[in-house]
Design a protein around this ligand. Structure first.
Ligand code: IPE
Ligand code: IPE
Ligand code: MG
Length: 263
């Protein structure tokens, strides 16, 4: 897909259209990763239970996935449930799990229509069996799609991922002398995918909360005060425009054009 396809999809003459006009087509990030935060605060502002924030967050997911696919991202990764989120009340966790199952059921057709390949990253096998089953189904049904890769990070921890990768490398018999960064990254959940160019966090928190620790080494970070349930196409475009103005140096002194190596 391409920027033109995005422009054909969004209402002409509106704020999204004006923002899409500012995006430089040659510098679209290849991989955008998002820490979807602020559902609880969104609900609290409305004197609603926290789970209503999670429910409302589904609309933001739908809009973000469709915008990203049309924008022509290679990879979109959404952080949906961390290994630390089990600390939350049981009822909140179980509502999150059932929302996830419903999302997968309802959105599978949209994923197929948009040629999106879906993958769960993390330790999804430790999730409730029905959720895990739904995830495997969605992965299998979309496995031949050739468009955007949509990773959902579930029961995900950045440190857990590095430990899992180390275990797999040992199991594969990789010798210490042949192990380097490139070889190690083949054992990560995101093997074969480009690292995120842009990391977005909603609701203003300035932390990475154990997300993609290895992969975000040189990601550009963009934080918005917008709470996740309010996040839409226009916010994603604002983030991409801000990203395109960044000076990526990778430790050097000469500036590297943003999204070097990207389309
Ligand atoms: C993000 O919103 C969703 C998940 C972590 C599952 P939160 O539930 O963390 O919302 P806040 O941070 O409490 O507002
Ligand atoms: C990060 O949000 C995890 C997800 C978005 C799934 P949290 O709300 O769990 O992070 P902290 O606790 O504020 O660091
Ligand atoms: Mg939070």
């Amino acid at each position: 897909m391409s920027l033109d396809q995005l422009r054909a999809w969004i209402p002409p003459g509106g704020p999204e259209d004006a923002l899409a006009g500012q995006v430089i087509p040659e510098r679209i990030p290849r991989h955008v990763a998002i820490i979807m935060d602020g559902n609880g605060r969104w609900a609290a502002q409305r004197h609603l239970p926290r789970v209503e924030g999670h429910r409302a967050g589904i609309d933001a997911v739908r809009d973000t996935v469709e915008t990203s696919a049309r924008l022509g991202l290679d990879v979109l990764t959404l952080y949906a449930f961390s290994v630390e989120n089990w600390k939350r009340p049981k009822t909140e966790v179980s509502v999150l799990m059932s929302l996830l199952r419903r999302y997968l059921r309802l959105e599978l057709d949209t994923l197929l229509r948009n040629n999106i390949r879906f993958t769960a990253i993390g330790r999804p096998n430790e999730l409730p069996e029905d959720v895990y089953h739904e995830l495997l189904q969605a992965e299998a049904r979309t496995s031949r799609n050739t468009g955007m890769r949509f990773n959902i990070a579930l029961n995900y921890g950045g440190r857990a991922e590095i430990v899992d990768a180390a275990r797999r490398a040992i199991e594969a018999g990789v010798s210490p002398s042949s192990l380097d960064e490139a070889r190690f990254s083949e054992f990560l959940y995101t093997a074969g995918q480009p690292d995120p160019d842009l990391l977005i966090r909603t609701s203003g928190e300035m932390r990475v909360s154990n997300f993609l620790l290895w992969q975000i080494a040189y990601a550009e970070i963009w934080v918005t005060d917008t709470l996740w349930p309010d996040f839409r196409c226009q916010h994603l475009l604002e983030a991409v425009i801000a990203y395109q103005k960044r000076d990526r140096r990778y430790g050097g002194i000469v500036s590297v054009p943003v999204a070097a190596g990207a389309k």
